[in-house]
Design a protein around this ligand. Structure first.
Ligand code: G3P
Ligand code: CA
Length: 338
């Protein structure tokens, strides 16, 4: 059993910079992580996928057509292909078909240009970072300031990658070890949607683990198991056998009225998770669009803060122990005022 690794160190709810500060910079770039750290995030969150030569890079998906300029590279036109990943057919370009050297010739672009038009100003400027480069940033921040920012890596599609002979866990733990971040006392939280991956990690590391729970469906490696059932009292007790945290999509904590989208009273999930001995790190709080976030930054629209801040306060009132935030500045401000 996992015990309660790392659970004695929490003074206040954590703010995790989701994909860095992805509300303000193209996600999973060093610029995005740097900004999250500058904005006071307690942790930064790299999603991890492997290259053809087995190097972990920070991308939300192994398909990189929407987060890089690969489509503008004629030399990679013949790499465009269709694959089924976790039962979902996807057409595009995939990290596992590129060496790291090839990936490094690409540049990141904003994934959601309609939602975040300001971020497109950074299109073409930043590389795809390796996990090692993200950890270098964290170590460098400590060297400069004496403070540790935490890291919450997420293994993406681990059983899919296993099936094509690429491991996520081994290189992830190796990189953490090489950066001196693999001990129980490190500010590191390993997360995954897949149960088997976390159970395997539980066998090989003392680092705290988080079971992610999406809004619908179930874990890719557990056909027939629904996320809903995992949040029952019994399901939460099962999670507590191998993990320390549970990471529900926020609608599980604050259910929405399907007609109006308004949130009502909190569900029993936080209380039941705590009763099972789990902490709760909910995803994802964000300004609805760049306009709100920009106006909040400029201090011109208190309503912008009002809407994001109200959601954050409601989640904190519901008892969550932390939140993933696309705009770490909003979350830190709301958390500190709470
Ligand atoms: O890891 C928490 C949250 O990031 C999970 O969802 O899809 O944004 O990786 P996703
Ligand atoms: Ca994630």
């Amino acid at each position: 059993s996992a015990g309660h690794r790392g659970l004695d160190q929490l003074d206040e709810p954590l703010v995790v910079g989701h994909r860095g500060a992805s509300g303000y910079r193209p996600e999973h770039t060093l610029a995005s992580y740097r900004l999250a750290i500058r904005q006071g995030a307690d942790y930064v969150e790299p999603d991890l996928v492997p290259t053809k030569d087995g190097v972990l890079v920070a991308r939300h998906e192994n398909e990189i057509g929407t987060t890089t300029d690969v489509a503008d590279h004629p030399e990679f036109a013949d790499r465009r292909t269709t694959k089924v990943v976790d039962g979902v057919p996807l057409t595009g370009w995939f990290t596992e078909d590129f060496t790291l050297a090839e990936l490094k010739t690409l540049r990141a672009i904003e994934r959601l240009p309609q939602v975040r038009p300001d971020n497109t100003a950074y299109d073409g400027r930043f590389e795809v970072p390796t996990f090692d480069e993200v950890l270098d940033l964290v170590v460098e921040h400590h060297r400069r300031t004496g403070e540790w920012v935490g890291v919450a890596p997420e293994t993406k599609h681990p059983s899919y990658f296993d099936s094509i002979g690429l491991s996520l866990e081994e290189p992830m733990l190796r990189s953490l070890r090489q950066h001196g971040l693999a001990s129980k006392r490190s500010k590191v939280l390993l997360q995954s949607f897949e149960v088997g991956n976390l159970q395997e990690l539980d066998r090989v590391t003392d680092l705290p683990l988080e079971q992610l729970v999406d809004s619908r469906g179930g874990p890719a490696d557990r056909p027939g198991t629904t996320y809903a059932s995992m949040l029952s009292r019994r399901g939460l007790r099962d999670i507590a056998r191998y993990a320390d945290w549970v990471g529900p999509q926020k609608d599980w904590v604050l259910p929405r009225d399907p007609a109006t989208g308004a949130t009502g009273r909190p569900s029993a999930v936080v209380r039941d998770a705590h009763a099972a001995g789990l902490r709760v790190l909910v995803f994802t709080v964000r300004a609805e669009n760049q306009f709100l976030a920009t106006n909040f930054r400029r201090g011109t629209d208190p309503n912008a803060y009002g809407r994001v801040g109200a959601e954050i306060r409601a989640l904190l009132d519901a008892g969550v122990d932390g939140l993933f935030a696309d705009h770490p500045d909003l979350a830190v401000t709301a958390r500190d005022a709470w």
